[in-house]
Design a protein around this ligand. Sequence first.
Ligand code: 5CA
Length: 443
Amino acid sequence: MRLSRYFLPTLKETPNEAQIPSHRLMLRAGMIRQEAAGIYAWLPLGFKVLRNIERIVREEQNRAGAVEMLIPTIQPAQLWRESGRYEAYGKEMLRITDRHSREMLYGPTNEEMITSIFHSYCRSYKDLPKLLYHIQWKFRDEVRPRFGVMRGREFLMKDTYSFDLDEAAARRSYNRMFIAYLNTFARMGLQAVPMRAETGPIGGDLSHEFIILAQTGESAVFCHKDLVDMAPPGDVDFDGDLQPLVDARTALYAATEDVHDEAAFAAIPQHKRLSARGIEVGQVFYFGTKYSAPMGATVSHPDGSEKPVHMGSYGIGVSRIAGALIEAGHDEDGIIWPVQVAPFKAGIINLRHGDAATDAACEQALAALEGTGIETLYDDSEDRAGTKFSRMDLIGLPWQLIIGPRGLKEGTVEVKERATGARSSLPLEAALARLEAACAGPA
Ligand code: 5CA
């Protein structure tokens, strides 16, 4: 992609409404634009990141045995009256009236609708278990939308719902998601710690939040330090017994502020106690029959009895992760994307636009990189070198290829790794091979 054709409206000034680095950098790097409080347009660079996050989330859901579908954003209020949540949800719910005066709402979550869909088709233990998900926009009229996409009013969520015969089976579904979440966040280069959490308006008595430690996080959290260095489960058999893997993580103390137990925390050896702030990137819930009982979503058991199906729900804040990744990866010059989610894996800087040899070498590099599937942004603008350097650092592409007449005379170009700032001069062919090797491998 040539910058001259792209749409990358970067800002020189730091917008003063932004209080945390990720919000500032997303605005400055031309990733998002605020359209109303807590509502953002995703500009091309931001949208690419969002799609990359979504792809990793989807692949890991599919690997864990969940099945993707898509349900609407607008729902009839009637469904929520059946579960008893219509009034209970309060002002956070955006209520809409259509031309026929029918009460509708913009879904803040989807337990009711998925329960209704499930029950229209599945009536027997033979239909179980089911694990269904979608990736869809939500709306919550938050009291204090802030920190950009971290706490938006409109935001993109992956929500999965499990349907099982009884509590024991429902816990197996819970475990699947628990393990899938650890792998999902690890693939994005994030270390997420599962912590016991409050269930809030979703309900139930078993819940974990997945927390990324960050000074700017909204939640106060407390945990055993060993959890922070634990390796992700990796390639596991999702049909096997996942309980030991879950137990290894839940045996150590970890809780969010709302359910924090001072005495249990004090029992951890002092040097292993971690009291920190964190960003909640996902949450899993087991709530049994909270929705299925009032909504009459029963299934027949092998003994002929009819009982409400046992359910859980499992959310990931897809759009919030874009911000969380920046909180976890930036420096004073800008964003530092991990290769797996980077909007482009490489950027080419042309140091002398109009110089025939430099232009030709840049074109050759662009064709070669894109030919091997490495998405590349070529800064072919007439801006001065300093502007190009700072823009490329700001948008945080993992690799930069810097090409100019002086180097070319000596037969070299420069490769810069954004994360470390390390630069090396080498012939173009060798530089391309280096980038191909660095960007290859499992994304
Ligand atoms: N139905 C359940 C699970 S599917 C549910 O709604 N869970 S939730 O309320 O915890 O939301 C799931 C995830 O969405 C959260 O972990 C968080 O990462 C993200 N999220 C929640 N509210 C917002 C918000 N206002 N802005 C951005 N992301 C949000």
